[in-house]
Design a binder for this molecule. Structure first.
Ligand SMILES: Cc1cc2nc3c(=O)[nH]c(=O)nc-3n(C[C@H](O)[C@H](O)[C@H](O)COP(=O)(O)O)c2cc1C
Length: 230
């Protein structure tokens, strides 16, 4: 018996993993960065084999990691978590820097950053588990880290299929958001539209989203939105 709800109780943070292959800068959101040894300080991260960032790490043998702060905007998470570096320069709209090995890392909304040299790559099916030694570690700012639970419950975010912890879309309901059929909203509530891909909520538009509307976070078309009441 496998009860998918059991996986919801695993807790983690949200991070940006970045890498560079040649002149191409790549990066993606993960919730699978873990410190796995203290001496030498070692991190592991699980990355989908289809991610552009995975290809860059396989080629360069290095990655950088930024620990996201709780106030990281959905736009930043949307860019790095729902688009691919294969056709988007994700660094164009955010503050970044490079480490001693010229690997780019995101500085905005970051609490800390690490530079990692990969020492082992383990094939775990849909994903590679990259294990590597920390060569640089730095505190960027003070604040609370963004947890996976906070991302789901407070920011209303969703997990895309390529994430290591994707469980067939089985996610806990967001408090205060009710899925509804057409018709007048319940007294005291208002109609809104929720993107079924990334969880972004567009308020207003009681008669439906306009033609040509696209999600500002993940780029999904209006057909991918469901009606909700807030
Ligand atoms: C909350 C969240 C957690 C994610 N966790 C992971 C993860 O642990 N591993 C992974 O491979 N992808 C994860 N993803 C998905 C990647 O960020 C996403 O597929 C991204 O578009 C890949 O970008 P790339 O092709 O530029 O590498 C996650 C996305 C989100 C929004």
């Amino acid at each position: 018996m496998i009860d998918r709800k059991a996986f919801r109780s695993l807790s983690s943070g949200l991070y940006l993993i970045t890498a560079k292959a040649g002149e191409r800068r790549c990066g993606c959101v993960v919730n699978t960065l873990v410190q796995v040894a203290s001496e030498p300080a070692t991190l592991s991260v699980s990355l989908n084999k289809e991610n552009a960032t995975t290809a860059a790490i396989l080629e360069s043998g290095r990655f950088a990691a930024t620990v996201l702060a709780e106030d990281a905007p959905m736009e930043l998470i949307g860019t790095f978590g729902f688009h691919t570096s294969a056709d988007t320069d994700k660094f164009a709209a955010c503050a970044s820097a490079v480490d001693g090995a010229e690997v780019p890392y995101v500085t905005e909304h970051g609490l800390a950053r690490f530079s990692v040299r990969v020492t082992e790559t383990i094939d775990v099916g849909s994903h590679y588990l990259f294990v590597g030694v920390v060569e640089e570690a730095e505190v960027l700012s003070a604040g609370d880290p963004l947890t996976y639970a906070y991302y789901h419950a407070v920011k209303g975010g969703k997990t895309p299929p390529k994430a290591a912890t994707y469980n067939n879309g089985d996610e806990a309901a967001v408090p205060g958001v009710t899925e509804t059929a057409a018709g007048a909203p319940e007294a005291g509530k208002k109609i809104a539209w929720r993107c079924t891909i990334c969880g972004y909520i567009e308020e207003g538009y009681p008669d439906g989203l306009p033609e040509g509307y696209m999600c500002p976070i993940c780029g999904a078309p209006r057909e991918m939105f469901e009606r909700v009441e807030l």
